[in-house]
Ligand binder design. Structure first.
Ligand code: ADP
Ligand code: PMV
Length: 446
């Protein structure tokens, strides 16, 4: 009998503390509602297929390794156990590098090499030289600071473990299901090993958020938008009147408002030295995500910060300490209850200021970029605070949107998005918070 499993794992945004978290500071993050999907299927004897196949749908590429080649090249094949994650040895990592080199990736696709290496390591560690078909597709922009590499490693580890010999899952369950706590811990450990092959020295925040998620529940805004219906004699029809407090809304503003309200406000987490803590959000939190589309390499940026730390130890220690204080203050603000609009305004002002301070420190670490500065300048015209998110050097940037006056916010969002997109950037309002990894079985056949 063969079956197909599909796993999905979310991306994340880091609200405060990226890079410093690699050096022991606290970071604040949330899962987002954009996922990477991995499907895994073992061939039946009729398929007469003796290869491990990987399809990367986002980049329209496929790779295939005959299992005899894997047996020939990989020194430790078959001696690993799915239940005890371990780091890739130097010998195996050299062997994997030779397999990836043989793919002759074009220069523009070289960034994929690390992801393919992580795939080969995770697959062969968990399933040895078993032939299989694996397909990957993602809603996340790749290499942009929203954790696509971690989402890939988590979804891959989850799919692989769900069909491993030790899996205790209910294969007949319909729809998405998650793992028990100890299996989630195992997925997270394997995903961290995969992340190490992509990033070099990850803090573990991305894979941990992607595995466990940051639960969400509706966070009510004190001023709800009201929709009322009215009978219009001229049109002989019911029309919808959009009301927000004292305002009657213009259609365009309504669209902006719809974008703002449809995105969920979920909970956040803090991460420090490998420890994840769930924090309940007590205020509406809306972030505009701008993708500068400037490609960058997380491994190089993380290494660059470490090199600067080696050169200026004491100064960088102070920078990391300042980031730690910023993250803790951000959590304090998001966690404390709000009573009215005034309190929300005050909190948003403080959060905006802390984001600007965090951005300044990220600049100190050498991870900002002219495209990020352009987003900062553009949003500042609308009095909005912006910081990079993830590794920086381009990639994605976060802008805090005001929610104390949703109509004002919707008007501003519409204008700012238009101006940013005129610069060639791509904007989205991501729902903050959400489930961690999940799997779903399908296609039973014998
Ligand atoms: N859907 C995917 N398909 C192929 N490779 C992927 C995918 N998602 C992630 N990757 C791998 O992860 C790398 C991006 O990781 P990284 O630079 O850490 O950025 P991010 O912030 O998106 O995690 C890609 O260059 C590729 O090797
Ligand atoms: C820079 C860092 O803090 C976050 C990297 O995020 P991303 O890979 O750019 O999504 C590195 C890490 O914590 O592992």
């Amino acid at each position: 009998m063969t079956m197909e499993v599909r796993a999905r794992a979310p991306g994340k945004i880091i609200l405060a503390g990226e890079h410093a978290v690699v050096h022991g500071s606290t970071a604040v993050a949330a899962a987002i509602d954009l996922y990477t999907y991995v499907s895994l299927r073992f061939p039946t004897p009729h398929d007469n297929d003796d290869a491990l196949k990987l399809q990367l749908k986002d980049v329209d590429m496929e790779f295939s390794w005959p299992v005899r080649k894997l047996k020939e090249v990989l020194p430790e094949l078959g001696i690993k156990s799915a239940s005890s994650p371990s780091s890739c040895s130097l010998e195996t990592s050299k062997a994997i590098a030779s397999l990836v080199e043989e793919l002759n990736l074009a220069d523009a696709k070289l960034g994929l090499a690390s992801g393919i290496s992580a795939f080969l390591w995770l697959y062969t560690s968990i399933h040895g030289d078993k032939p299989a078909k694996v397909a990957v597709t993602s809603e996340l922009p790749l290499g942009s600071g929203m954790g696509s590499s971690a989402a890939l490693c988590v979804a891959l580890s989850a799919a692989l473990l769900s069909l491993s010999d030790s899996s205790k899952l209910d294969f007949s369950h319909q729809g998405w299901q998650t793992f028990g706590e100890s299996e989630l811990v195992l997925v997270n450990k394997w995903a961290f090993e995969g992340e190490k092959m992509i990033h070099g020295r990850p803090s573990g925040i991305d894979n941990t958020v992607s595995t466990f998620g940051t639960e969400y529940d509706e966070c009510k805004h004190p001023n709800n938008v009201k929709f009322t219906t009215t009978y219009c004699k001229e049109l002989k029809n019911l029309i919808v009147v959009l009301k927000y407090g004292k305002y009657l809304l213009h259609w365009e503003i309504f669209l902006g408002l719809f974008q703002l309200t449809k995105s969920i406000t979920g909970n956040i987490v803090t991460f420090r030295s490998g420890e994840l803590t769930h924090i309940k959000t007590n205020m509406p939190l809306k972030m505009l995500v701008t993708n500068t589309k400037v490609g960058r390499n997380t491994r190089a940026l993380v290494a660059g910060v470490s090199e600067r730390t080696a050169r200026h130890g004491s100064a960088m220690t102070s920078v990391f300490k300042a980031v730690d204080s910023i993250s803790n203050e951000v959590v304090g603000i998001i966690q404390s209850p709000v009573s009215d609009d005034l309190a929300i305004t005050e909190k948003e002002e403080k959060l905006g200021e802390l984001m600007e301070m965090n951005q300044g420190l990220l600049q100190c670490m050498g991870v900002s970029h002219s495209s990020i500065e352009t987003v900062i300048k553009t949003t500042l015209k609308y009095k909005l605070a912006t910081k990079l998110t993830g590794a920086g050097g381009g990639g994605c940037v976060l802008t805090l949107l005001p929610t104390h006056d949703l109509v004002l916010a919707a008007t501003v969002v519409d204008k700012v998005i238009r101006e940013l997109e005129d610069c060639g950037f791509k904007c989205l309002i991501a729902g903050i918070g959400g489930r961690g990894m999940e799997i779903s079985f399908s296609g039973f056949s014998s």
